[in-house]
Design a protein around this ligand. Structure first.
Ligand SMILES: Nc1nc2c(ncn2[C@@H]2O[C@H](COP(=O)(O)OP(=O)(O)OP(=O)(O)O)[C@@H](O)[C@H]2O)c(=O)[nH]1
Length: 307
């Protein structure tokens, strides 16, 4: 039995992971002769989703049961569930063995960001998948909410999370900006055309509400302030300067890696969805050796025969 391609969809809570999975599943079915069946797997023990699920971690363990039985909170419950999965990897293996090497699985993972940054459970699951032969077949897709990119500070924090996940998961990595339909095209283009995080901070960081603009605002207006107020303002100015130096250092770090880039995804635009799909395919050279799969119109699901 060969090994199918696997996409691990990760990212902060509410960033749009499940919607991404559903979008890809629906898009796969619109591809005519190249129609592709994305099998979506739910690996989030707390998830509620709308896609057709191939298999579901909640058949093994669910956060609700763990919270009730072990009196844990939602975060502790989720970490417990993922560790339970790690101890019961034969469940995952049995399910994965049902898929052939020309098939494609999208794994909808939990949104707790600590699972991709400092709790090693996802790394261990990935290591096991690598041992089972999926080493060259896996790509991680890190989903970040595009409404973040319109604010420089949030953009930088999203970039750091993406970088941290990339380093931690050690897989071919694609960052996807979800919810682009909610962001004005002009502001999105403005951000995406920046050549570096440092440039982004220089240009946008001076905007309203940023640390830099606060810094300008806080320049003392001598006549209007008492000595006490001036002292306070100077103290805050010094703090702003430090924050700015820290931000510049963080931006330089992002630029040094030169590896944080985002692919915008507008779920209402087929070209945008296609572009994301091609980027993830390219990351693992998916489909380069595959025969084109055709539709069999006599078969209910249309995947019964090659043309
Ligand atoms: N307009 C718009 N809304 C979106 C998009 N993606 C997600 N949403 C909305 O954002 C909310 C969260 O989306 P989900 O797909 O559930 O996000 P998630 O990352 O799976 O969430 P968790 O599993 O809780 O971490 C939902 O209300 C979605 O309808 C998008 O591309 N466009």
């Amino acid at each position: 039995m060969g090994r199918c391609a696997i996409q691990l969809v990760t990212g902060p809570a509410g960033s749009g992971k499940s919607t991404y999975c559903q979008t890809m599943q629906e898009h796969g079915l619109t591809l005519g002769r190249n129609r592709r069946r994305f099998h979506v797997v739910n690996l989030d023990p707390a998830e509620h989703f709308k896609y057709d699920v191939a298999f579901d971690i909640r058949d093994l363990i669910s956060v609700d049961d763990v919270m009730e039985e072990l009196q844990l909170g939602p975060n502790g419950g989720l970490v417990y569930c993922m560790e339970y999965l790690l101890e019961n990897m034969d469940w995952l293996q049995e399910n994965l063995d049902n898929f052939d090497d020309d098939e494609y699985l999208i794994l909808d993972c939990p949104g707790q960001i600590e699972l991709y940054t400092h709790i090693p459970v996802m790394n261990k699951i990935i290591d096991q998948l690598k041992l089972w032969g999926y080493l060259d077949k896996m790509v991680s897709v890190f989903v970040v909410d595009a409404t973040f990119v319109t604010e420089p500070a949030k953009f930088i924090s999203g970039s750091l999370l993406a970088l941290s996940a990339m380093i931690s998961l050690q897989l071919p990595h694609v960052n996807v900006l979800s919810k682009c339909d909610l962001v004005e095209e002009a502001s999105m283009e403005r951000v995406l055309e920046m050549e570096s995080a440092l440039q982004l901070w220089d240009v946008l960081g001076d905007g309203e509400g940023s640390a830099l603009s606060m810094f300008h605002e806080l320049r003392p207006k001598k006549s209007a302030r008492s000595e006490e107020e001036d002292k306070l303002v100077r103290k805050r100015q010094e703090r702003e300067r430090k924050w700015n130096r820290l931000t510049v250092a963080i931006c330089s770090l992002l630029d040094d890696y030169s590896m944080v880039g985002f692919i915008p995804l507008n779920i209402n635009d087929e070209d945008s969805i296609s572009h994301v799909m091609l980027t993830t395919d390219h990351a693992i050279q998916y489909g380069e050796d595959n025969e084109v799969r055709g539709m069999d119109f006599d078969d209910g699901d249309g995947f019964g025969a090659d043309e």
